[in-house]
Design a protein around this ligand. Structure first.
Ligand code: HSE
Length: 411
């Protein structure tokens, strides 16, 4: 019998308890092993009185560590005390499964070393892409590839918000509230909407894919809080969709990574990824492009990945030790490739702003459509690297009549 302690009984913890109970018989008939939840750690027992597994609920971490537990499932989220509990569990030679991207992005290297030193496994499939199997395919099935590039939608909450704003003209706040009610958003949704959650997930994927430590804080990060309905109108005029993309590339062992809202063409892989779905395109030298998609957030999709990690531990007991390479990646702020851009400049002097843009960029098409605001110049700039754009905009932003500049990469 495999005894499992679950740390956390929120949305994901509840999903795991349900999925384990539902699959007990089938799992036993396939593997011969019985899964048994021995305890569930919560902060406040009173809040869980009405729950099905209340008899398993405890508020004492010591009680969990003092009992014979084989696998600790950490789904509390946040860095502390999750870090301390996971570290202690590994040192006590208990296998750990976690869905916690903050924890893995911050302490993954250290915790994987501790797991390895203690001959136990730390699995974290649910930390990236929710229910999508992505880390195992990346580490195992794609092991014969040098990975060049990752292009992904990695945050269900922001993808849900942008999808609702695009398709149903829903306001940002209403869409965020709906995502929170559906259980996609983090306890503090700032980390979703400011792009941090996607950046942490991108850093985990990139660290595995490129075999060097990609720190999430070194990634260029921009969230979705500044996106308004006019951005969507410009996007629609050109047949583009706005998505919060997480992209990293490895060129000559230099890494470039960003998380930002991008206008993507409707024929791209990721344009069809709506609502809480996540999508990940991985480019390898042998395989070419492979595309993964599925639900990136929510109770049962996340529980599905956690269950898979538990099954993996039971079936491969002590056979697997994942490690992160401790070599730090050199992260480029600007990539050398050229792109097309949509820019919106708030200005009190449209004429001079148009002249300025035309002089600065060889290939610049001004918008003249009804979308264009009276105090704004909008344009498509073709085939320029981001560095050129940013240095021109830095000068432009110092002009007295320019009040705000917004730019979207077009992919
Ligand atoms: N808040 C996260 C998201 C949950 O919306 O993607 C899954 O990691």
């Amino acid at each position: 019998m495999a005894s499992i302690a679950v740390l956390g009984y929120g949305v994901v913890g509840t999903g795991i308890a349900n999925l384990i109970n539902k699959n007990k018989e089938r799992f036993k008939s396939i593997t011969g092993e019985e899964l048994n939840i021995s305890s569930i750690l919560v902060k406040d027992k009173n809040k869980h009185e009405q729950k099905q597994n209340y008899h398993l609920v405890t508020d004492s971490i010591e009680k969990i560590f003092n009992n014979p537990v084989d696998i600790v499932v950490e789904v509390m989220g946040g860095l502390h005390p999750a870090y301390e509990y996971v570290k202690k569990a590994l040192k006590l030679k208990k296998h750990v499964v976690t869905a916690n991207k903050d924890l893995i992005a911050e302490y993954g290297e250290e915790l994987l070393d501790i797991a390895s030193d203690n001959g136990v496994t730390l699995n974290f499939e649910a930390s990236v892409g929710g229910g999508i199997p992505i880390l195992k395919p990346l580490m195992e099935s794609l092991a014969g590839n040098k990975i060049f590039e990752i292009q992904a939608i990695l945050n269900g909450t922001t993808n849900f918000i942008l999808s609702k704003m695009y398709a149903e003209n829903m306001g940002y706040k209403d869409a965020l509230k709906l995502a929170q009610n559906l259980g996609f958003a983090e306890a503090n949704p700032d980390s979703d909407v400011l792009g941090y959650d996607a950046a942490r997930k991108l850093s985990i994927l990139s660290t595995i894919a490129y075999g060097m430590k990609v720190n999430w804080v070194d990634i260029n990060i921009e969230g979705i809080t500044d996106i308004d309905e006019i951005d969507f109108e410009y996007a629609k005029l050109n047949g583009y969709i706005i998505k919060l993309l997480a992209i990293s590339k490895n060129k000559d062992e230099k890494i470039y990574g960003f998380v930002k809202p991008v206008m993507i063409k409707s024929d791209s892989y990721l344009s069809k990824i709506d609502n809480e779905l996540n999508g990940i395109v991985i480019e390898g030298d042998a395989v070419g492009n492979v595309f993964f998609s599925g639900k990136g957030a929510g109770m049962l999709p996340t529980a599905s990945s956690v269950f898979g990690d538990i099954a993996d531990i039971i079936q491969n007991k002590n056979k697997k030790n994942i490690k992160f390479n401790d070599k730090e990646a050199y992260i480029e702020k600007y990539w050398d490739e050229k792109s097309d851009w949509l820019v919106r400049i708030k200005t009190n002097d449209r004429l001079n702003t148009i002249c300025n843009l035309s002089e600065s960029f060889k290939n610049c098409h001004m918008y003249t459509s009804s979308v264009t605001q009276r105090d704004e110049v909008a344009a498509i700039i073709r085939n320029e690297p981001e560095f050129t754009l940013d240095s021109t905009f830095e000068k432009l932003s110092k002009l007295s009549y320019v009040t705000k500049i917004k730019k979207f990469m077009i992919l």
